[in-house]
Design a protein around this ligand. Structure first.
Ligand SMILES: Cc1cc2nc3c(=O)[nH]c(=O)nc-3n(C[C@H](O)[C@H](O)[C@H](O)COP(=O)(O)OP(=O)(O)OC[C@H]3O[C@@H](n4cnc5c(N)ncnc54)[C@H](O)[C@@H]3O)c2cc1C
Length: 352
């Protein structure tokens, strides 16, 4: 085993990218890399609405995605201590340096299922499969995850009625004309949209929670400096503000100006790994910088809207939809997984 022990916590987009990039950029004789993840699979969270609707699975064994040099430990980290992780079963994993990539942990109200949680998405699939003709499904959230979920179910199960509840405008992050296109597609699929706050299941047979804002409580529990919502506070190099041995990346990191997405998790994981590799060879870390290209939203399996944006994430008039959009969206999802599995990634810098 190498003399410097690096541990990556979390095997999502940020964690797999970071571990694979470290494997490419460090010497196996000097450095050992361990990735700790709560489950044995890499879950493509961007496909969890497909898991709910039964149109595609989202899981790949981590060992298929990670460089063989990386040791995989399956277990939930209970606490990050001083140079040692404690797992919930009592085992410990020592570390010299750590990349925190524990990501999102959606919490849904009682009686609803969080689309962003792999296990709850699986349970929701079972409930949906058991629903009969005329049953009612409610999707809470009018952002891109809510749209993808409502559309996927409406397309697959035309026998159930699908309603979406949103306290803001549906698809608010898109350019107005793209937003109207999304609305037309939802109308075509028979999804009804209601403006308001969720006030309980009412007569719905299945309620899906598609409001993804919560993150793992691990960082707060471990005493790292976190924001009010539990994200690790980082400096411009992605070091934890309270422990410079630790880098943070992905949904669980509070990187200013970054939207929760795999579009940001991948470059953050790559950058944290590259900076860590530099520090191990005595080189100074480099500041993190990332510019956006756009957003995309699937509307069932046959339609999508692909929205371009300025590098500051402002949507612009340039967008397209339809079947070409669906094909592009599928390529983007596949590419996100592929690059996480290679550790190779390039991205635009932030605007000046
Ligand atoms: C339905 C849906 C559609 C989406 N579509 C898009 C899209 O089109 N484009 C886009 O850019 N983004 C999209 N997103 C958001 C995107 O999926 C997330 O931003 C992204 O997954 C964040 O990656 P991550 O690596 O930070 O975290 P995650 O993917 O959440 O990975 C975190 C990993 O850490 C593990 N973990 C957590 N806590 C512990 C612990 N205590 N111990 C051990 N392991 C732990 C988890 O098991 C998980 O494997 C979508 C999300 C959803 C739910």
């Amino acid at each position: 085993m190498g003399s410097t022990q690096i541990v990556v916590v979390g095997g999502g987009y940020a964690g797999c990218m970071a571990a694979n990039r470290l494997a490419r950029r460090t010497d196996r004789d000097d450095v050992s890399i361990t990735l700790v993840n709560a489950r044995p699979d890499f879950v493509e969270r961007v496909r969890l609405h497909q898991r709910v609707a039964g149109t595609g699975d989202a899981a790949t064994p981590l060992t298929d995605l990670l460089n063989p040099r990386i040791r995989v430990v399956i277990g939930a980290v209970d606490r990050i201590g001083d140079g040692e992780l404690s797992l919930s079963g009592g085992a410990t994993v020592p570390f010299d340096r750590l990349i925190y990539a524990a990501g999102g942990a959606p919490r849904a109200p009682e009686g609803t299922f969080a689309v962003g949680d792999p296990e709850q998405a699986g349970k929701a699939q079972q409930v949906l499969a058991g629903l009969g003709d005329g049953a009612r499904v409610t999707v809470v959230g009018g952002g891109l995850t809510g749209i993808e979920t409502a559309a996927e179910i409406a397309e697959t199960r035309p026998d159930v009625s699908v309603a979406m509840i949103s306290d803001g405008e549906v698809a608010a992050s898109l350019y107005p004309s793209a937003r109207r296109r999304v609305q037309r597609e939802l109308d075509r699929l028979g999804v009804t949209c209601e403006r308001g706050r969720y006030a309980g299941p009412g007569d719905a047979d299945l309620v899906l929670w598609a409001v993804a804002t919560d993150v793992s409580e691990l960082a707060a529990r471990s005493g790292l400096a976190v924001t009010e919502d539990g994200r690790v506070q980082v400096d411009e190099y992605l070091h934890s503000l309270s422990d410079p041995r630790i880098f943070a990346a992905g949904d669980g990191a509070a990187v200013p100006g970054q939207r929760l997405s795999c579009q940001t998790a991948l470059p953050q994981g790559a950058h944290a790994a590259a900076n860590l590799a530099r520090e191990l060879t005595g080189k100074p870390p480099r500041p993190y910088s990332m510019g956006y290209t756009g957003q995309n939203v699937s509307i069932g399996r046959r339609r999508a809207v692909i929205q371009s944006a300025r590098r500051d994430d402002t949507p612009i008039r340039v967008w397209f939809g339809g079947r070409a959009g669906a094909a592009v969206k599928e390529v983007v999802c596949r590419m996100a997984k592929t690059v996480a599995g290679t550790g190779r990634y390039a991205w635009l810098p932030a605007p000046r």
